[in-house]
Design a protein around this ligand. Structure first.
Ligand SMILES: Nc1nc2c(c(=O)[nH]1)N[C@H]1C(S)=C(S)[C@@H](COP(=O)(O)OP(=O)(O)OC[C@H]3O[C@@H](n4cnc5c(N)ncnc54)[C@H](O)[C@@H]3O)O[C@H]1N2
Ligand code: MOO
Length: 421
């Protein structure tokens, strides 16, 4: 009976829809309404919409995720490729060879007629038929003898098959070259170019609207009145996202239910993902959760058992595949929720956590997970938690090099972290 009552109370306060009741029972009731960060990450990952596939110019595709497997159209390399400017020969026992001809890269494969002779050859040429080794020009002296040229070996020794990059040694024709979902970086561009892809099929990056709310906020270039502050969250998010190749648009909406409703809906027309800042906790003008519900969003969670960043709200609207993260307005709460939940979602990759020793770790006896700012004492080995004044304290947090995750009840001195600098 006691559990049932608890469930009813929680159902009233929570925005989970009826189809998620089982889920709700399991995670909300058990952890007194709030889920923990691990569960929040899992829920976000279960609610990712499949992105559209678009074909974009190869040169514009850095940082995108490949949407199809790419296969080798030929062997890599496509012929036995000469690796040094010099001579190619068959008889590597000899120290002198008569020069038959000179061959340049870009010429068709040629043939060595006399196995005891040699061909002068350039890097990138196909190895002439009949040759088994290439000797660099630094180890050869060319001597004119009548109407012939003799190539004389002046090096130390000649190894078997030296300086030949063998046909297919790197990869065979039709083999998988770059797998679907690979993030395109510099070398993938070169590989795609090698197989003739001037355009690449990639997953389209979501378009993002960054929306601040709060009547106390003024734009960055405005002088605030004594009771006002400049909006720092939106520049923080937009600069970071633009640097990572996302397109963002920005908007501020005053604390009015009606304006929030119409302006958020407008932003949804032209964006896949909305990141809101502020108006999501318990204040009388914290309208965001209600407004998003009215706009037809399913709330997958509101509030996480974590500090900072407790009031984080996450939801999706299935009919048009829209996603909203409503971040708590305190700048450090925004910073943490963005790094831990939003950015991995946008980049479609798991957060990598590392572990380090924390010099001044204190036990966490609370029901909340803590996100703590820390600075290296010895990089990668030992760090110390920095003193700070909570989630509104940008000044002291700016010293943080790593964000340390101390789970509820944990009193180890070895803690996971993510780099933030
Ligand atoms: N009674 C309760 N009060 C609060 C709770 C709670 O559970 N019960 N939660 C607290 C926590 S934790 C946080 S975090 C904040 C978050 O509140 P909101 O998301 O509603 O954010 P606001 O109230 O709008 O703003 C909080 C704080 O952040 C400043 N802010 C907002 N937007 C920006 C911006 N774009 N740039 C810079 N600073 C911004 C704002 O001025 C406030 O100072 O609620 C606690 N309260
Ligand atoms: O949990 Mo709130 O994000 O600290 O101030």
């Amino acid at each position: 009976m006691k559990n049932f009552r608890l469930l009813m109370i929680n159902l009233k306060n929570c925005c989970i829809d009826s189809t998620q009741n089982d889920y709700f029972r399991k995670y909300y009731v058990m952890s007194s309404k709030m889920i923990n960060p691990t569960k929040a990450i899992e829920i976000i990952n279960q609610n990712i919409f499949l992105p559209k596939i678009v074909s974009i110019p190869l040169e514009k595709s850095i940082d995108f995720q490949l949407a199809e497997d790419l296969f080798a159209d030929r062997d890599f390399p496509p012929f036995d490729r000469v690796m040094m400017d010099g001579i190619a020969t068959q008889n590597t026992e000899s120290k002198e060879w008569i020069l038959e001809k000179t061959v340049f890269a870009g010429q068709e494969q040629t043939k060595l007629h006399d196995p005891n002779a040699c061909i002068e050859i350039m890097t990138g040429s196909p190895l002439p038929v009949g040759c088994t080794a290439v000797i660099p020009k630094e180890e050869i002296e060319f001597i004119k003898s009548g109407d012939q040229i003799i190539a004389k070996f002046i090096g130390q020794n000649i190894a078997k098959s030296q300086f030949i990059h063998q046909k297919g040694a790197d990869l065979k024709e039709k083999s998988l070259l770059i797998a679907k979902n690979t993030k395109i970086t510099t070398l993938e561009i070169a590989l795609a170019a090698t197989i003739g892809k001037s355009k690449l099929p990639v997953f389209q990056k979501p378009t993002i609207a960054l929306i601040s709310t709060g009547d106390e906020l003024v734009p960055v270039d405005q002088v605030p009145l004594p009771h006002q502050i400049r909006s720092s969250n939106i520049p923080m998010l937009s600069a970071t996202l633009e640097a990572k190749g996302f397109q963002t648009e920005q908007k501020h909406i005053p604390d009015s239910k009606e304006l929030l409703q119409t302006e958020i809906e407008k932003s949804l027309h032209s964006n896949d993902v909305l990141i809101l800042s502020g108006g999501v906790s318990a204040g009388k003008k914290d309208f965001i959760p209600d407004v998003l519900k009215d706009l037809g969003f399913d709330c997958h969670f509101h509030k996480i058992a974590q500090k900072p960043g407790k009031p984080l709200w996450f939801g999706t609207r299935k009919k048009d595949q829209k996603t909203i993260f409503a971040l708590p307005g305190n700048p450090i709460s925004t910073f943490i929720c963005f790094n831990v939940y939003v950015l991995p979602f946008l980049q479609q990759k798991d957060l990598d956590f590392f572990e380090t020793k924390i010099l001044n770790a204190k036990p966490n006896n609370k029901d909340l997970d803590f996100w703590l700012p820390a600075k290296w004492i010895q990089k990668g080995i030992e760090a110390e938690i920095l003193p700070n004044n909570g989630s509104g304290d940008l000044v002291n947090w700016k010293e943080a090099e790593i964000l340390v995750w101390q789970k509820a009840g944990q009193n180890s001195v070895y803690l996971p972290y993510i780099p933030v600098k």
